[in-house]
Write a new protein. Sequence first.
Lengths: 130, 297
Amino acid sequence: MSQSYDRGTVEDFGRWRSFTAGMWAWLFHKFTGWVLIGYLFTHIAVLSTALTGEAAYNDTIVGLESLAIVRLLEVGLLAVAVFHILNGVRLLFIDLGTGLEAQEESFYASLVITGAITIASVPTFVSGVF
Amino acid sequence: MSTQPDQTDDETESTPEPDAEPEPESPGERRRAEKAARAEAAEEEAADAEPDLGDDAITLKVFRYDPEVEGKTEPRFDTFRIPFTKGMTVLDALIEARDTYDSSLTFRHSCRQAVCGSDALFINGRQRLGCQTQIADLDGDVVRVEPLPHQDVVKDLVVDMEHFYDQMEAVEPYFQTDETPDGELEEQFQTPENREEIKMSTRCIWCGACMSSCNIAADENEYLGPAAINKAYRFAMDEREGENMKEHRMELIEQENGVWRCQTQFSCTNVCPKDIPLTEHIQELKREAVKSNLKFW
């Protein structure tokens, strides 16, 4: 049974609505992981401008930081990174076999802390461009 | 009601034509007479189809599919109205629907007390045992019953369990040991602590709910799945089997499609009708596998 059976339109009827906390945690972890990999490459690209000289590097950084969209993306990046770190710690504990009963609560805690840190970071990140 | 489409046709056909009167009538009169007769027939049918089911009757939406019958090969949902009785389970409602409305409604059930593992179904978007799920515990009056996802449907609510059984067999789900006691009649004891350790894992009833809920098992069909790994845990952790046998079992489960496929989504643990902490057991086997393979000297 290597192919899944096609049950017509009933097969995928609102399935994501019934996802549990563990599934959401897994999805978010995958998503944030890919975003961080993507960021890693742009990060290297931006830093690499230093190879062509100090001026090019400064121009690139200042130019990017003057864009409102970049500031907003930085807030998003922080949210993604913080969630990935916190959920990573959660997964670490799960791998060590402690606190498996609290896996849902720890996922919600990761979300809440991520939200709090992200909101607290907004003034710092967007100051000066709006 | 969509449960008896054939019957509707029969009744309208068998209704005697109302044009038995001798004197000729105008077309309008004839139409009106026909309409009245039709309304009467419809009323009769409604009375037949909707007997007094009580105020708390529930609506059962059941997945139907039969590849062998012309006209039923397209998957669809049938709706049944079932009178609610106190303590009614989803399986009771299905049995009621089958016995009252449609004897072709097909599903597996046997012991009706959550021991045989035959009636794992997808009820209101979650894998549950039909016999263990109280209708009163479900939200809303509509109970939606589907066959287990990620498995081939044979007919209606019956899925092909062959792959699941293959995976279960693959981990050698039986006690085997080469460390028997010396005396011929001597008993082989298990410590209470060890028994406690494997207690939950022995509860598996092979219903397949966990396998169906696991989206890794769905995607990667070579993955042993939670039930099989739990079975492996039950014997690998049993001290009576001895060191050699444990090594053999660890070899089985640390393969590419063994424990390492688990991504700790906790789906299996959430749906297990016997409350087996499947993820915990898989994680413990992962640690065992690491311990037996990592050597720092």
